[in-house]
Design a protein around this ligand. Structure first.
Ligand SMILES: Cc1cc2nc3c(=O)[nH]c(=O)nc-3n(C[C@H](O)[C@H](O)[C@H](O)COP(=O)(O)OP(=O)(O)OC[C@H]3O[C@@H](n4cnc5c(N)ncnc54)[C@H](O)[C@@H]3O)c2cc1C
Ligand code: SF4
Length: 480
């Protein structure tokens, strides 16, 4: 433990964000510099608990009190080595993780939790600054070869672990650049794309081969990669968006969130797109209250939307934990992201009834009604009813559907392989192995829409399962 009374002496503090008016002019990351000594003070708040609940809160099992202590001692190299032992990409989680570790932090029972995510980001940035993040130099050669399909965080973590185990790794990505949703979903103001490129450069120098524009099951058959691979790991994500099949869905101006976000990310990256969705001067409504919805809010404001409203079917959550989500459970509380703070009306308990168009079939309004949720006495389930007389039309020229993803695409790759699916339409596995011989699955494609930290954990676990399958137990970076 760094400082025995650190949690009493120092309040939780985080870097400040750039002024809203200034940051809306660009897509750069939001946080300002934070003096090193302030970060070491934050690390001093860690109580080095006998039972560190932060460990179990983190899907990667990050060894948090130990790296906090190293940061407190200003031994950043040791802190980096501890962090790197469990997390392949702290530069991603340190920026965009909702930090389940902080929700489980013991200090959070009656004080503000330790600023674990900020400390994590500080450690990895120090490591890059000092040249400690190096290509894999283990020089292990097992003579095995594995193909990874998909280059989101799950595919990248799988590839990184397999490479460390001495396996020749080929990553196939259908898009023109690697990164999955890190690159084409999440906007630059949350995660600058240079942060992804920096990591990919290290992975390439480690000997990992990346093949882009390789859409397996579409422009390249899976058999062509199976034939000379000892195993294949599919990490293609959960890509089929949930639709809203209500009257007027076909109108111009009703789009899936991902179509907007991908077009925007590409345009920020300097690519020329013939028809990016632009919301400048428009009244925008985002349907869906999650991360994807918040990213549409931030992007719409940067494009100069006239107004931005986000609506959600569920009731407004409480500001603080209540009896439904006691510590150390993940709290169902109101989350206000940096994008919300940039200007956005938020409404809860709103059901969408239909889209209204003009005679050119362009969107001019959204018909909604308020709803109430009550527990059904016999089933115990929450039941929704529309409140009579609350119907209204919200004027808008653009709606984004950000209501989640159903499952991975079945046509192409999954159909060609004929792998079994679970009841949700995701790839069914036993210890990451699918019903097809030597084919594994990981990430959102296997578990459904989730989080970057879970995708990294999936990548690590699937790599360990592949090593065990290939008789290489103990050779990956993981304990098998
Ligand atoms: C807009 C948005 C914002 C988000 N924000 C956050 C956030 O702030 N924090 C957080 O923790 N999580 C966030 N998430 C969730 C997170 O991004 C995902 O859980 C995570 O990226 C899943 O990783 P993955 O590797 O399984 O899949 P993906 O990241 O979806 O990567 C899959 C890759 O596989 C490729 N692929 C698919 N099929 C094939 C094929 N047949 N051949 C070749 N390549 C193929 C795809 O093109 C893609 O590049 C967000 C999600 C979205 C949509
Ligand atoms: S639970 Fe919080 S205070 Fe306890 S060891 Fe983990 S980070 Fe430190």
């Amino acid at each position: 433990m760094g400082q025995i009374d650190g949690f009493k002496k120092f309040d939780r503090a985080l870097p400040s964000t750039r002024e809203v008016a200034e940051r809306l002019k660009d897509y750069q990351e939001l946080y300002e510099e934070f003096p090193v000594e302030k970060t070491t003070q934050q690390a001093a708040r860690c109580m080095d608990c006998g039972v560190p609940f932060c460990h179990s809160g983190c899907p990667l099992g990050n060894v948090i009190p130990e790296f906090n202590e190293a940061v407190y001692r200003n031994d950043w190299k040791e802190a980096y080595q501890i962090l790197d032992s469990t997390n392949n990409f702290p530069e991603f989680t340190g920026r965009i993780c909702p930090a389940p570790c902080e929700a489980a932090c013991v200090l959070g029972i009656n004080e503000k939790a330790v600023a674990i995510e900020h400390i994590e980001k500080s450690i990895i940035e120090k490591a890059y600054e000092n040249g400690w993040v190096k290509p894999n130099q283990t020089n292990k050669q097992t003579g095995k070869k594995v193909a990874v399909i998909g280059s989101g965080p799950a595919g990248l973590a799988t590839a990184d672990e397999l490479n460390k185990a001495g396996i020749e790794v080929h990553v196939y990505e259908r898009k023109d650049r690697v990164g999955g949703l890190l690159r084409y979903g999440i906007p630059d103001f949350k995660l600058a794309k240079t942060v992804i490129d920096r990591r990919i450069d290290i992975m390439k120098l480690s000997g990992i081969h990346f093949h882009t524009n390789a859409n397996i099951g579409e422009n390249m058959s899976v058999q062509s990669i199976l034939i000379d691979s000892d195993a294949v790991v599919m990490a293609g994500g959960s890509t089929i968006p949930r639709d809203l099949k209500i009257p007027g869905r076909e109108l111009a101006g009703v789009d899936f969130a991902m179509d907007f976000l991908e077009a925007s990310n590409r345009s920020v990256a300097g690519e020329n797109l013939s028809s990016p969705i632009q919301v400048t001067g428009k009244n925008v409504i985002v349907i869906g209250g999650g991360d994807t919805g918040a990213d549409c809010v931030g992007t719409s404001n940067r494009q100069g939307a006239k107004s931005v409203t986000q609506i959600e079917l569920m009731t407004k959550p409480p500001k603080e934990r209540d009896e439904n989500s006691p510590w150390p459970k993940w709290p169902m509380i109101l989350r206000t992201s940096t994008s919300h703070k940039e200007g956005c009306e938020r409404e809860w308990s709103i059901q969408t009834k239909g889209f209204i168009g003009n005679d050119k079939r362009e969107l001019i309004g959204l018909q909604v009604v308020e709803v109430e949720w009550k527990k059904d006495a016999s089933t115990g389930k929450m039941v929704m009813t529309e409140i009579e007389g609350t119907e209204k039309t919200l004027p808008c020229e653009q709606v984004f559907l950000a209501i989640g993803f159903l499952h991975p695409k079945h046509a192409g790759l999954l159909k060609e392989l004929g792998v079994e699916l679970d009841r949700f339409g995701n790839v069914a596995t036993t210890d990451y192995q699918t019903s097809a011989n030597k084919i594994f699955a990981a990430g959102d494609m296997r578990m459904g829409q989730s989080l970057v930290v879970n995708a990294i954990a999936e990548g690590r676990n699937s790599a360990a399962a592949v090593c065990a399958f290939l008789g290489l137990s103990g050779q990956s970076g993981l304990d098998l």
